[in-house]
Ligand binder design. Structure first.
Ligand code: HEC
Length: 475
């Protein structure tokens, strides 16, 4: 997504989202304004402190987690001069302040400790490994996903619709001919590419993309669709439709939240993500495909043990729901479990362990707020909602992710790497028993990224806006 489109996203989303709950008669006020009116006099206009301590996360006295911040604001510390705001601010407004403080503190932390911003071919260090950044494939345009077919064949999708082939390290000048037409306005485009688990035998390649068509009313609409095909003589052939929703589920072209990530599990089921297309409520509605993770057979048939087959009217491929816009979906090489991440609103991007039939909460529970700074809901967790394994406030805008399965960075073995758009960060996470036990920013600020994967050569490949780079060990 080009930078110029961000304002569109920012203004669109709050209009399309319906606040899930409203604790007060008055509409909830914007967190930044409440802060300026009620808090800045003591804590400083930029939270840097004044007569009272700074709120930028350097050393919280009473705790910087959600619950502690909420308690500090609601109950105050009357003896030491922090007023209690429980009577003058609603739960929803206090929730907005908590997100706002965490967001500002997060930005301040990355200013204090700037993450590595490596120049090409210089050595950068991280906690477990030093590395050099090499340009692997220059001359790309908004690459979205990468798939290694063999030791010397690589496929890369570009958002505008091109499928690029690299053979023996050389990028073919022309894209693969005859791939499906895509709509690429807004966040739409050509999305993930994956090879069938049995690719060496059957040659199937899967593509997810925003499929445009006219609806019966003559309006241009589109939705994420999946096809598979073979590549012969640099052309896309034998195309079969693997997933295509009925046209009534299509929404206007361009716009937001398509999902579009694909992942085969060890049993050979194909999982894919479909975003809620900007309609938060659809993520909770089992009769529509939007805002869900889906599960199908490799040829598109519906598995007979999908969780909602007996639910009247439910869309049969649904595996989980309440997923806002998932652009990361991968199988953990150790446990075989499916992991997903999804964009939150402002704050509240989530990393989730995806398990059959569960509700992941959007838009009923979130750690984020509306793009305009007003709170969305004061509910962050609920007994019937699966909580994220971790979440990001401020938002990083996570895109593709990949487990590192190579041998060249032994201490990174099986760690999860997450790319990001807005924050331009490559994040490393270590998972254990379904939990995140370590997290580190590997680099930041060299551009937006949409995918990361270990190559068969053991290097870690990252897709930037205009090129693909690889991390090469320099220990
Ligand atoms: C009259 C001055 C004053 C105002 C107004 C005020 N605070 Fe405070 N605040 C304090 C003082 C003093 C402390 C330190 C109390 C202590 O540590 O015992 C504090 C502590 C806090 C803490 C805990 C910090 C930590 O290190 O754990 C938070 C969070 C906080 N304030 C948030 C707010 C917010 C949000 C507002 C506005 C809604 C606000 N404060 C308004 C004076 C103020």
């Amino acid at each position: 997504m080009p930078l110029a489109r961000r304002p569109l996203l920012i203004f669109l989303c709050p209009l399309l989202l319906i606040p899930a709950s409203s604790a007060t008669q008055q509409p909830a006020r914007e967190a930044r304004k409440i802060y300026a009116d009620y808090c800045a006099g003591c804590h400083g206009a930029g939270l840097e402190g004044g007569s009272s301590p700074a709120l930028l996360g350097e050393n919280w006295k009473h705790g910087g987690d959600e619950a502690s911040l909420t308690a500090s604001i609601r109950d105050g510390y009357l003896e030491t001069g922090m007023p209690a705001f429980g009577a003058s601010l609603s739960e929803l407004e206090i929730r907005g302040l908590v997100v706002y403080i965490r967001e500002q503190a997060g930005h301040a932390t990355s200013r204090r400790v700037p993450p590595p911003h490596p120049d090409p071919d210089t050595v950068a260090s991280s906690r477990l490994h030093s590395y050099r950044l090499e340009t692997a494939f220059p001359g790309m345009r908004e690459p979205w996903a990468i798939a290694f077919l063999s030791d010397d064949r690589v496929l890369i999708t570009e958002k505008r619709g091109a499928l690029r082939l690299i053979e023996k390290g050389v990028l073919r000048a022309e894209p693969v001919a005859g791939t499906p037409a895509v709509d690429s306005g807004g966040q739409a485009g050509l999305f993930d590419v994956v090879a069938h688990p049995d690719f060496a035998r059957n040659g199937w390649i899967y593509l997810a993309f925003s499929h445009p068509q006219k609806n019966p009313g003559g309006k241009n609409v589109c939705l994420t669709s999946i096809v598979r095909g073979h590549i012969k003589d640099h052309a896309w052939t034998d195309e079969e439709i693997v997933f295509r929703a009925p046209v009534e589920f299509y929404r206007g072209t361009g716009g937001v939240h398509y999902g579009g990530r694909l992942a085969f599990d060890r049993a050979g089921y194909l999982f894919f993500s479909l975003g809620e297309r900007g309609q938060g409520r659809d993520a909770q509605n089992l009769t529509v495909p939007h805002g869900k993770i889906h599960r199908i057979h490799d040829d598109g048939r519906i598995p007979d043990d999908n969780p909602f087959l007996k639910t009247p009217g439910a869309f049969p491929s649904i595996w989980t729901y309440g997923n806002r816009n998932a652009q990361g979906l991968r199988i953990d090489p150790v446990s075989g479990e499916l992991w997903e991440h999804e964009h939150g609103p402002r704050g509240g991007d989530e990393l989730n362990r995806i398990r059959r039939g569960l509700n992941y909460g959007w838009p009923l529970a979130t750690f984020g707020m509306n793009y305009n700074g007003t709170p969305m809901t004061d509910v962050t967790t609920r007994p019937d909602i699966e909580p994220p394994a971790t979440y990001w406030v401020p938002s990083i805008a996570p895109c593709g992710m990949g487990f590192y399965t190579g041998d060249r960075f032994p201490k990174w073995k099986n760690h999860l790497f997450v790319t990001s758009l807005a924050a331009q960060e490559l994040v490393r996470l270590e998972l254990k028993d379904g939990k995140v036990v370590d997290q580190e920013i590997i680099f930041k600020g060299i551009g937006r990224q949409r995918d990361v994967a270990a190559g068969p050569d053991g290097f870690l490949y990252v897709l930037l806006q205009d090129r693909v780079v690889r991390l090469v060990p320099a220990d």
